[in-house]
Design a protein around this ligand. Structure first.
Ligand SMILES: Cc1cc2nc3c(=O)[nH]c(=O)nc-3n(C[C@H](O)[C@H](O)[C@H](O)COP(=O)(O)OP(=O)(O)OC[C@H]3O[C@@H](n4cnc5c(N)ncnc54)[C@H](O)[C@@H]3O)c2cc1C
Length: 377
């Protein structure tokens, strides 16, 4: 492969020299950061370096839930995280979803809002305890969104969808779903229109931060830039050596087509550790990280038989009981998580910033996080 010093004058002077803003990572966050930088600095040279031939973390691998909080997950968060933090993170997600809708039309990214369901098994004590909290949850969501009665309990959902072992579910009428592939394509179009170069296959090995600029070493040679934005999410430890961010692998499968079948929204189960929806008359199901937290603390994009097997078991016993449905696709993506369920957005030097730790809700939060980083320069 050609090294930078073997490239033409045109290639080097147009793409690799005189860079004002270099962004590492072309996921939702890096792209949003670059787009906002363009708005702020119309004449700047902005380049994104991405090590994969496609983004190779989470942004093209996720489930496409446009979500901000389900009852059991919020309830669980409130056990471990302060009230103020939990609701301010929900607010970020909500604002992020609004931002996404300002950048893209619903059609462009396949965004619809049929609502979501947080399924409960037959534990009436737990259902009663959570139902008693609905007024409080609804008040908080009203304060954030101005929307009333976001959550309600529904007993009919299991029968309506043919689920087994499910007693009912908490509905969130404000959550939606989008087409992850369409969001990627629409983002590429915006980047191209904004004159932002995305250089794929560019693995960043090291960054040296000088007083006024940054030298970045890639597999093909070094680049200098006046500013650096690190938006590598689950891979952040390579650059930050920071304990506040941990990689978390998530595995997903999509079944063969099931003629005539679809679901009325997105579904969460077991505090969000499992999630599923229909897409093009197929079932998309992900999760199971709770079965092996240690093993899934990984940046390796691999699926495991144990977790895919557990997902397939859930299909057989709960989601599509009595039907034979084959898995057609399976893949893994890498998230960035931490004890705090809030993105980490900060300048580490006057001309170097990071926006990482998007957790399992980067579709919602990612646009805003990238833009907030761009505001710091
Ligand atoms: C399976 C799965 C399902 C999910 N489902 C949902 C969902 O339904 N709803 C939701 O809101 N969120 C979901 N998420 C989370 C969401 O996808 C992420 O939070 C979001 O995509 C993070 O975006 P990002 O830009 O920060 O990171 P990423 O998309 O991971 O982008 C980081 C990029 O940095 C690149 N990179 C890393 N290291 C280097 C390097 N050294 N040199 C060059 N490039 C580098 C990577 O290749 C990657 O493309 C899911 C995540 C996964 C994995």
């Amino acid at each position: 492969m050609l090294q930078f010093d073997q490239l033409s004058y045109w290639e080097r002077s147009t793409l690799l020299e005189g860079i004002d803003f270099l962004v590492i990572g072309s996921g939702i966050v890096g792209s949003a950061c670059a787009l906002r930088l363009r708005e702020r600095f119309p004449d700047a040279k902005i380049v994104i370096l991405e090590r994969g031939y496609l983004p190779t973390g989470a942004s093209t691998k996720n489930a496409g839930f446009a979500c901000f909080g389900s009852v059991t997950e919020l309830d669980d968060d409130l056990e471990h995280i302060s009230e103020e933090r939990v609701w301010s993170t929900v607010e970020l997600r909500w604002r992020g979803l609004k931002r996404l809708q300002e950048r893209f039309s619903a059609d462009q990214i396949g965004l619809i809002f049929p609502g979501s369901w947080d399924l409960l098994t037959n534990d009436s004590t737990e259902q009663q305890r959570l139902s008693d909290r609905l007024d409080y949850f609804n008040e908080q969501i009203f304060r954030i969104t101005g929307e009333k009665e976001c959550y309600s309990y529904n007993r009919e959902i299991a029968q309506r969808c043919g689920f087994q072992e499910i007693a009912g579910g908490f509905r969130n009428r404000l959550e939606g779903e989008l087409h992850t592939g369409k969001l990627f394509v629409a983002t590429q179009q915006l980047l191209a229109e904004a004159g932002i170069a995305v250089l794929n296959g560019m693995n960043v090995l090291n960054c040296e931060i000088g007083e006024r600029d940054v030298t970045v070493t890639t597999t093909y040679g070094t680049l200098r830039a006046n500013h650096l934005a690190v938006t590598v999410n689950g891979f952040a430890r390579q650059f930050l050596k920071d304990e506040r961010i941990v990689p978390a692998r998530a595995q997903v499968l999509v079944t063969d087509t099931i003629p005539g079948w679809s679901l009325p929204g997105t579904f969460h189960y077991q505090k969000g550790y499992y999630y599923f929806r229909s897409v093009d008359n197929r079932l998309l199901l992900g999760g199971g990280r709770n079965l092996d937290f240690k093993g899934e603390t990984s940046t390796e994009l691999a699926v495991t038989d144990a977790i895919v097997g557990a997902l397939e078991e859930l299909i057989r016993t709960m989601i599509l009981p009595g039907r034979t449905v084959k898995t057609a696709y399976r893949w893994a993506g890498i998230m960035g998580v931490g004890a705090e369920k809030k993105p980490l957005i900060e300048l580490t030097h006057p001309h170097v910033g990071i926006a990482v730790r998007m957790g399992g809700m980067g579709v919602a939060i990612g646009s805003l996080a990238g833009e907030e980083l761009a505001e710091l320069f």
